[in-house]
Structure formats: C-alpha cells, structure tokens
Design a protein around this ligand. Structure first.
Ligand SMILES: NC(=O)c1ccc[n+]([C@@H]2O[C@H](COP(=O)([O-])OP(=O)(O)OC[C@H]3O[C@@H](n4cnc5c(N)ncnc54)[C@H](OP(=O)(O)O)[C@@H]3O)[C@@H](O)[C@H]2O)c1
Length: 326
C-alpha cells in the first residue's frame, strides 16, 4: 500500500515507518525537521517536508495514498495554547479533509489515553470511559478534539483511533530522557507516595499495534487503548533506570499537592518568560497518579499482544541511551 505517516520524523513515527517498510509498504514520512531521522529511513522512505499548519500542503500530501497514519502532533507537557490548537486540531482537520478529497481508504489517528484522564487515580480504564468535563491539559483537550474530527469522518472513510499509553524506547527524547536529565541535575523528586501503578508501552509494540490497525476490518470506526498490559510501579522502574545509570536513587519525596503548587508557580513564570518550566501541573499529576488500562478490545479485534515486555524494553532503551552517550 502507499502510506503517509505524519510525524514521521518523530519518535513513534520513525519506528512505525520502519515497521511499515518491513511489511513491504511504500511510505512517505511527513515532518519539518529530518536531521534526526535514521539514515536507513531517509533512504527508503519518501520525505515530505510539510508543516501541519499548512492546510493545502497537508491535503496535497494525502494524494495517491491508500492509508494515512496521523501521528504528528505537538506532544508536550508545555507550549502555547494557540500552537496546540493550530497543530493538533487544525492539522488533524486538514488531514481528514485531505483523506476525503483524495479518497484515502483508511485513516489511523494516533491519539492518547490522556483524553480520558481526569487527574485522579484511574484503574483498568476501557475505551467506554467518557471524556472528562475538564481536561488535565491543553494537549489532552486538543487530542480529544482531534478524535472528534476523525470520528465525524467515520461515515466517509475507514477510521481507527489508537491511544498508546506512555511510550518508551530507543529514540525517545521525552519520557525517560527528561527524568534522567532531571536526576543528573539532582532535581528529580519523587512526586506522591511512590505506590502509583501505571502502564507503559514499548514503542515497537505500539508500531506493531498500528500495523494491525491497517487491515483489520473489525477495527473500522473504533478506538483502542494500547499498553504493554503490565501494571508497574512507576517509581520502582524509574529507580531501576537510575541505578543502571549509576545515578542516585535517593529521591526527595514531595506530596502531589506541594508539587502542584510549585508547578503552578513555574507555569505562571513560564507564561511571562516564554521558557519551558521544569515541571507542569500535568506532568506532576501524570507522575503521581495511578493510571492503568484494560486492553481487551485491542487483543480481541486487532489480535494485539505486546511482544516486548517492559523489562526487556527498558534494557533496549538503556542500551541505546548508553550508546548515545559513549
Ligand atoms: N510519546 C508518548 O508517550 C505518547 C503517548 C500517547 C500518545 N502519543 C502520541 O503519539 C504521537 C507521536 O508522539 P511522539 O512521542 O513520537 O512525539 P515526537 O517525537 O515529539 O514527534 C512528534 C512529531 O510530530 C511532528 N510535528 C510536530 N509539530 C508539527 C508541525 N507543526 N508540522 C509538522 N509536523 C509536526 C514532528 O515533526 P518535526 O519535529 O519534524 O516537525 C514529529 O515528527 C503524537 O500524536 C502523540 O500525541 C505519544
């Protein structure tokens, strides 16, 4: 198939592109900055330099494609509200319109389980959980608005929404690297009591789930949460990673309420200075709350099963980080 991957230059986008190429598809990868793209992908995939805010160019990129994976997004804990809307909502609108105009058969939208996160502990959440009345971040809100646009197009094209939870693996520049960087500066406290359970997802498992979503008839019009199907103690894993990197695991503990007050002040200052805060209310909450998911639907309809465990995934991630630093 001829496939467009938006966000092809990013962490998940590159893994997905590789999996699609290996499955024999012709892949165009869209992004703005190709400098971090693996040379093998640059050779095998067709690069499309395009900003998701350029509506006409985005629509044009959908031309002659059988399927589009909309992976690209402003995926961050902090940023300008207007940018989140322009990239995540209007960019998704342009993709949906492009798919319609160019008769793309299937659109697979990468969303996030944060669209149903209420900021409190949540256990074994299924796709049936309704959206909250208040979103924990402008990121979550705009990903939800993206879902609305994709769902609204479901009568005209085959749509599938995939919500991967907390992706980690080689090539990630956010989740573990940011925690490690904070620990190196001795600025990583443990937020909360350290007993919160979370689901992480190894990037390769997400890419394989996305591949399964390409042809499965039962997936049309549906939404799937993807995780590693292992509920883990987040701070135990963080300490294990720090230990492997010979960093201190003695983390000062602060209650979530204290972290939220500090984060609110940092965000207020950041709004004035334009520099990214060390901590946001969203990140503090994500690090302290239990968030586990039930992925029965993905197993049943997509035949999804995580092939790499969290432990093995962490080993691969650490090996890649050590290689990068060597
Ligand atoms: N990482 C996670 O834990 C996680 C969890 C749940 C859901 N997700 C979702 O998964 C997707 C991929 O996330 P990721 O972790 O791979 O993020 P990432 O590494 O930051 O990649 C984001 C991608 O979006 C592209 N992008 C951003 N703004 C753009 C713009 N204005 N125009 C064109 N392209 C733009 C970036 O391209 P350039 O940099 O080249 O512009 C990059 O390819 C996102 O939709 C995110 O919401 C991620």
């Amino acid at each position: 198939m001829k496939i467009l991957v938006t966000g092809g230059t990013g962490f998940l986008g590159q893994h997905l592109t590789r999996v699609l190429l290996m499955a024999g598809h012709t892949v165009s990868m869209m992004g703005r900055d190709f400098s971090q793209v693996l040379p093998s992908l640059r050779k095998e995939a067709v690069p499309i330099i395009c900003d998701l805010r350029d509506k006409n160019a985005v629509k044009q990129a959908c031309r002659d494609k059988d399927a589009v994976y909309h992976v690209g997004a402003l995926s961050a804990a902090w940023g300008k509200r207007a940018d989140f809307f322009a990239i995540n909502v209007e960019g998704t609108r342009a993709i949906v319109e492009g798919c319609r105009e160019h008769n793309v058969k299937r659109l697979i939208y990468v969303s996030s389980p944060s669209v149903v996160f209420m900021g409190a502990d949540q256990r074994n959440v299924t796709e049936a959980l309704p959206y909250p009345r208040r979103f924990v971040s402008v990121y979550s809100l705009t990903k939800k608005l993206g879902e609305d646009l994709v769902n609204a197009a479901a009568s005209e094209l085959e749509t599938v929404i995939v919500r991967p939870k907390a992706i980690f693996g080689p090539g990630d520049r956010t989740l573990l690297p940011q925690l490690i960087a904070a620990a190196r500066r001795r600025r990583l406290p443990q937020i909360g009591d350290g007993r919160n359970l979370v689901d992480l997802t190894y990037v390769e498992n997400v890419a394989r789930a996305l591949l399964l979503a390409l042809n499965t008839a039962a997936a049309i019009g549906k939404t799937y949460t993807i995780t590693n199907d292992e509920h883990i103690l987040l701070w135990e894993v963080i300490r294990k990673v720090l230990q492997e990197l010979l960093l201190s695991t003695q983390l000062r503990q602060i209650p979530l309420s204290v972290a939220l007050t500090a984060a609110a002040m940092m965000e207020a200052r950041a709004a004035l200075t334009g520099t990214e805060p060390l901590l946001t209310c969203y990140s503090a909450t994500i690090l302290a709350r239990t968030q586990t998911y039930d992925i029965t639907a993905a197993k049943r309809d997509l035949g999804y099963a995580p092939s790499t465990s969290v432990a093995t995934g962490i080993e691969h991630t650490l090996a890649a980080l050590k290689e990068q630093e060597a």
